[in-house]
Design a protein around this ligand. Sequence first.
Ligand SMILES: Cc1cc2nc3c(=O)[nH]c(=O)nc-3n(C[C@H](O)[C@H](O)[C@H](O)COP(=O)(O)OP(=O)(O)OC[C@H]3O[C@@H](n4cnc5c(N)ncnc54)[C@H](O)[C@@H]3O)c2cc1C
Ligand code: HEM
Length: 397
Amino acid sequence: MLAPNHRATIDATLPVVAANATAITGCFYGRMLTAHPELRNLFNQGNQASGEQKQALAGAVYAYAQHCDAPGTIEPLLNRIAHKHASLGISPDMYTIVGRHLMAAIGEVLGDAVTAEIAEAWDTVYWRFAGELIAREAVLYKDAGITPASFLREYEVIERVAEGDVAVSLRLLPTDDKPAPAFKPGQYVSVQVDLPEIGLRQLRQYSLSDAADGKTLRITVKQEAGDDARPDGLVSMHLAQHAEVGSRWLVSNPFGDLALDLAADTPVVMISAGVGVTPMVAMRQHLRRLQPQRQGVFVHVAAHGGRHILKRELAPAANIAELIVYDDARDEDRGDHHGRFDLAEHAAAIVQSDADYYLCGPLAFMIAQRDALLGLGVAAERVHFEVFGPDLLTATL
Ligand SMILES: Cc1cc2nc3c(=O)[nH]c(=O)nc-3n(C[C@H](O)[C@H](O)[C@H](O)COP(=O)(O)OP(=O)(O)OC[C@H]3O[C@@H](n4cnc5c(N)ncnc54)[C@H](O)[C@@H]3O)c2cc1C
Ligand code: HEM
């Protein structure tokens, strides 16, 4: 529990901190990355440009300050961040750097309004948050048998398959002749690439797109090609151009909290759109090969057949019902449903008693499906989702 004086100060100052939250986190990143330019390798430069990273941090700090005395409420947020941090090799000493610059940014943005008492209360909240994350991350590293200093391992591409003209699947084999790590379907790895043209290394997360086989990992990367308004995506385009068979890459251990509960036998409903199909294919393959008695429903929305990533993986399985939706279908497409996807229209096929629901796709798609499921009486704790970017959702739920 926060001490009563700290709780009172936090409650009194939450509105002003919330009103200035993205200014504070923006100022924080500017200060920290100027003082520690080496950390630019760690932070996603695209998310810096879009502002999503500062929104995610501001949302998390606000949610934690509000709910830190209600552990159940804050648990999903802590897990989500800890898994992401572990995939990036974040170490406890880095929290001192972040804390110093975050507190300095609060002082810089709010000026004289920050009394010693207010600074002390927010410093306490920061270190409680940090302590909870550090503890969770320590367990994740220990369970994986790694340390933050050894979080990357070298893999070689042994198979490369084009997924239409929008994505590429890469099968990766560890180069140290040891087994590939175990993981739960739904988890992701971070891949690090050197980008000498901009003088940076960058890490990105990719969901594992096949069930664990103990030997290899597979990822499926959609190419984020640029246009007049946006530059090419740094890592996806680099991998599309350079990840040929025989090339070697540094890859993290699998992490991620959108993972199938392997001990359960209850139905699994997978609902995805676009490249969000990747964790669902891993879940589907797991159910087909290892839990053939467990029931599943696989719903996927793609623009049309040419954009249907991992389509060849859809071998029929007695235990998995399937609904493929093309919302911008071409004449030759054969999906089960053409046109806009409305979950309520398919409620009888999708909503199962005792099921867990896994969502992955654009944020607006997931919000719409989550709302539809809750509207059909599904309990909120049964609905799980993965955001392919800074999570702007968990902190708001
Ligand atoms: C848990 C998780 C799992 C994921 N799983 C997958 C997966 O299975 N498959 C997959 O393909 N992806 C996945 N992603 C997304 C992936 O991590 C990358 O975000 C994605 O590949 C884009 O990275 P990039 O480096 O190519 O693009 P970035 O360089 O990060 O750019 C991202 C977007 O921002 C735009 N942008 C960048 N800079 C600017 C600027 N200055 N102004 C305007 N726009 C800008 C780019 O044009 C691009 O559209 C996952 C993400 C997460 C968090
Ligand atoms: C209490 C302290 C911290 C909080 C509250 C926090 C919060 C967050 C949040 C909310 C995210 C987004 C998670 C998501 O993807 O949804 C995130 C990602 C990240 N954090 Fe932290 N963090 C903290 C400490 C740190 C530290 C010490 C570092 C290392 C310097 C760090 C580095 C990162 C990086 C690199 C990302 C990924 C950013 C991206 O890819 O866009 N964080 N953090």
